[in-house]
Design a protein around this ligand. Structure first.
Ligand code: SF4
Length: 490
């Protein structure tokens, strides 16, 4: 396979971003070089998302563009990997019969074998978690703590990571679990990523150690319900707070984060760990989805709005200064104006730093799709979405303005978006109004984005900034000398 080229496009969540990084690493080891143009590739892969209909429509539209662009290089393989391959492989093959391979997120370790199958003339080559080939996932009846990922299956993909070669970076995601057991009625994830299974803690710590040795300064632990992490090790149950402690003990890096948390599974041990372990950042992404108990019940979210608010109260009490981000779905089945007003009221009370908000669209196979009518008209969904967005803009602006006049510690990630545009210098427009190309961006420990003028040598370092201005999206800062020295905070 020497000299082959791969084009890999990623849609969807951080899990997919991580999967794509691991897949690229695996393909590099097979001699593939990544390229930015699918027309130059021998292997074209779309890593797909099924969470919303719009995301799946986008995959079909990209496949159409790729097909229309012509046959490409001789023997080119087109593959669809990720959640959409797992959810609807038959539909994909019917609408895009030119697809050569399909691989679900739980079978990505089998990608080299699938490529070999296609080269051997067998197409489409398919590997899905639901077909049980390569070992069926453990049953949901197995206690969560005993559902540890086995070393020779998909776990081998995570452990194959070679950070120094594959992607030297400042920040890195590290998976701690796969799948989800919650079965929220709107969500397709339990069907595409299977039951909740945890990675052995020793593997997670080993991966973090390798990433830190390669220069990574910030680790983000990833799971669909990351705080539910639970694994049996030598007869002892390791919970998420224990895992935080063990990852925190790896020397040589600055920051430790985790996403996404499930509100119903929080215990105070996690907040105590956040408070006592200095690398753990005071930031929590904790989706509420709705402020109405009736809607939460229909979503099967396993908590009430009052319990969610109590959780927020405990978070703020036990981790002073914590920043919160949330997710909301507007226009879920049966959502009334009163339900929507309850969501707005909850958002106002929590005062999130930022929100991810979506208009409900039914996903095939989910309980909501089978049993609940999608009865909120599209224009009402749009209006409620706009109202929620307007409220959050005000809340974000208020949150950010509270930083003016304060000093913050920022991990410098790179050039700001505007500076990257200016550096590329290929866009029309009044160049004089563009920022200087050395405008940098980074994040506070609470995940607030800050832009400031600085020397590019600061990228990857932690600096102290004075905040002078704020918008709803961004803080504007000024360097305070001397920069905080790179290295561990303890
Ligand atoms: S907790 Fe609910 S929304 Fe989150 S991944 Fe699991 S089923 Fe989906």
């Amino acid at each position: 396979m020497d000299g082959k080229r791969v084009y890999l496009e990623t849609m969807g969540c951080q899990m997919n971003v991580l999967d794509s990084e691991l897949v690229l690493g695996m393909l590099r080891a097979l001699g593939y070089e990544p390229v930015d143009d699918h027309a130059e590739a021998d292997l074209v892969l779309l890593n797909t998302c099924s969470v919303r209909r719009h995301a799946e429509d986008k995959v079909y539209s990209r496949l159409g563009e790729i097909a229309r662009a012509g046959p490409g290089r001789p023997g080119r393989i087109i593959g669809v990997i990720g959640c959409m391959a797992e959810r609807d492989h038959a539909g994909l093959l019917a609408r895009a019969p030119f697809v050569d391979l399909l691989c679900g997120p739980g079978r990505l370790d089998q990608l080299p074998a699938l490529i070999a199958e296609v080269h051997g003339g067998r197409r489409p080559a398919v590997a899905l978690e639901r077909d049980g080939a390569g070992g069926a996932p453990p049953s949901r009846r197995t206690p969560v703590a005993r559902r540890t990922l086995e070393p020779d299956g998909i776990e081998a993909l995570d452990m194959s990571r070679r950070p120094a070669v594959d992607r030297p970076a400042i920040q890195a995601y590290v998976r701690v679990q796969r799948g989800c057991d919650k079965f929220c009625t709107f969500c397709v994830v339990p069907y595409t990523r299977g039951p909740e299974r945890s990675r052995p803690p020793a593997n997670i710590v080993e991966e973090v150690r390798r990433l830190v040795d390669a220069g990574v300064r910030e680790i983000t632990l990833l799971g669909q319900t990351v705080n539910s992490y639970c694994c049996e090790e030598n007869g002892r149950t390791v919970r998420f707070a224990d895992l935080l402690e063990r990852v925190h003990a790896v020397p040589g890096y600055d920051r430790l984060r985790f996403v996404t948390s499930y509100p119903g599974d929080f215990d105070d041990d996690i907040f105590h760990a956040m408070r006592s372990l200095p690398r753990v950042c005071g930031y929590l992404h904790i989706p509420a989805q709705s402020g109405s108990d009736a809607v939460l019940r229909r979503m099967r979210r396993q908590y009430t709005a009052a319990q969610y608010l109590e959780l927020v109260h405990r978070a703020r009490e036990l981790v002073p200064g914590i920043s919160l981000a949330g997710d909301f779905i507007v226009g879920f089945c049966g959502e009334t104006e009163e339900d929507h007003a309850a969501t707005l009221a909850l958002v106002e009370r929590v005062a999130y730093k930022s929100l991810f908000m979506f208009m409900y669209s039914p996903r095939p196979d989910t309980v909501a799709d089978r049993r609940l009518p999608d009865d909120v008209p599209a224009d009402v969904k749009r209006r409620r979405h706009a109202e929620l967005a307007a409220l959050q803009r005000r809340m974000s602006l208020r949150h950010h303005r509270a930083f003016i006049g304060r000093q913050v510690e920022v991990l410098v990630e790179g050039y700001s978006k505007a500076a990257r545009r200016a550096r590329n210098a290929d866009r029309p427009g009044p160049r004089a109004s563009w920022p200087r190309p050395d405008q940098l961006t980074g994040r506070t420990r609470g995940d607030e984005i800050v832009v400031f003028d600085g020397d590019p040598s600061l990228i990857g370092r932690t600096v102290r900034l004075a905040i002078d201005e704020a918008t709803a999206l961004t803080l504007h800062g000024r360097l305070i000398d001397p920069p905080v020295a790179p290295g561990p905070v303890t």
